[in-house]
Design a binder for this molecule. Structure first.
Ligand code: 3PG
Ligand code: MG
Length: 416
């Protein structure tokens, strides 16, 4: 397993512990709507506090352009307090006098959340001066944010490389890497991947890489429409990225050349508008009308996907099938999730899912605890699947053993 140090090796008593968490949780009307990430971080926070460390939470939130009150971490900090059942103080800034004063007031075992690190453009630029300012606030650095480890930003990589802070992996970071490695480093074959979600563009590299690594690639969600368009099928007013049709064609050609299977919808649930409970009907995939909008996969497509799951041994899942946030267009995602959970519980399938929308959809379907593993990470999960070295993990490894040099690259899921 990866060569980094964990809390087991850390001397925490009386130390100012900069704890990088991922508090980038979905918030609707000022309320945290899915607290999965906070729950995953809870053991790290409480263990450090119980061992007498001063817990200083460091996180980004959203993608603000500069300081923006609507992107404050304050309401998220309140949710953290509720979940761990302890007070969590808040500082209006992540560096400078406000942060310093709040930290100076801390006693051993206290927990403080600093304001959104992305209020400074220096965070994403991984600016060394800013990274040193962050590092100066603590004695020890603990990174628990696997879900942000695909970013090389000041609060997760610069803070280590620009300082002498001892660096450790937190419990959630450890758990994610352990579980993903166990399930996917040499997966039972055949392997199927479900890749859904709205846009091909954000998952382009992934699709191109994954098609050579899995046996069956099941494409769902809005991105399936771009592939259907590439096959010359009518897609009406459905969401699609027409400029990516040639790319979709390339991916299908690549799959054919490699003898891999790509599974696309056979039928669809269509409506005239994108609204919950909009009047809808099921049509064969060749019969989508000019004013129809595809909002979910239909019953034959659901059957098709379930039959694939029944003949593979490992499933990797990122991205829902339909417009799952609007009922009843969550049906395809829910029925496939239920089937995956049943096969998993019967010992016939290893199922690993990840991604913000995916986790929300699986939580809504009530299957999360019946899959083999659900990652709290989205982008990081995907890059890990592709076999990329995640900078946020690599920096911990390098700090743990400088003599060995940088971590070697790992194999992608199912590399043969
Ligand atoms: C995520 O939600 O995937 C992580 O928090 C990273 O956020 P980002 O995609 O805005 O960098
Ligand atoms: Mg994201």
């Amino acid at each position: 397993m990866t060569g980094f140090r964990t809390l087991d090796q850390a001397d925490l008593k009386g130390k100012r512990v900069l704890l990088r968490v991922d508090l980038n949780v979905p918030v609707e009307n000022g309320r945290v709507s899915d607290a999965t990430r906070i729950e995953r971080h809870a053991p790290t926070m409480t263990q450090i506090a119980d061992r007498g460390g001063k817990v200083i939470l460091l996180s980004h939130f959203g993608r603000p352009k500069g300081r923006d009150p609507s992107q404050s971490l304050r309401p998220v900090a309140a949710e953290v307090a509720k979940i761990i059942g302890r007070p969590v103080a808040f500082a209006e800034d992540c560096v400078g006098p406000a942060a310093e004063a709040a930290i100076a007031r801390m006693r051993d075992g206290d927990i403080l959340c600093l304001e959104n690190t992305r209020f400074y453009k220096d965070e994403e630029a991984n600016d060394p001066v800013f990274a040193r300012k962050l590092a100066a606030l603590g004695d020890i650095f603990v990174d628990d944010a696997f879900s942000a480890a695909h970013r090389a930003h000041a609060s997760n990589t610069g803070i280590v490389s620009e300082s002498e802070l001892p660096a450790y992996a937190g419990r959630a970071m450890q758990a994610e890497l352990d579980a993903l490695t166990r399930a996917l480093d040499s997966p039972a074959r055949p392997v199927a991947a479900i890749v859904g979600g709205a846009k091909v563009s954000t998952k382009l590299d992934l699709l191109g890489n994954l098609v050579s690594k899995v046996d069956v690639l099941i494409i769902g969600g809005g991105m399936a429409n771009t592939f259907l368009a590439a096959l010359g099928k009518p897609i009406g007013t459905s969401l699609a990225e027409r400029e990516l049709v040639p790319t979709a064609r390339n991916i299908m050609d690549k799959a054919k050349g490699l003898g891999r299977e790509i599974v696309l919808p056979l039928d669809a649930v269509v409506a005239q508008k994108f609204e919950a409970h909009a009047p809808s009907r099921v049509v064969d995939i060749d019969n989508v009308g000019p004013s129809d909008m595809i909002l979910d996969i239909g019953p034959r497509s659901i059957e098709q996907v379930i039959s694939v799951l029944a003949r593979v041994k490992t499933l990797v899942w990122n991205g829902p099938f339909g417009a799952f946030e609007k009922e009843p267009f969550d049906t395809g995602t829910i029925e496939v999730a239920e089937a995956a959970a049943e096969l998993t519980q019967a010992g016939k399938l290893v199922s690993v899912a990840g991604g913000g929308d995916t986790v929300a959809a699986l939580n809504a379907a009530g299957v999360t605890s019946r899959l083999s593993y659900v990652s709290a990470a989205g982008g990081a999960f995907l890059e890990w699947l592709e076999g990329k070295v995640l900078p946020g993990v690599e920096v911990l490894t390098t700090r743990a053993d400088r003599k060995k040099g940088p971590a070697s690259s790992r194999r992608a899921v199912g590399s043969r």
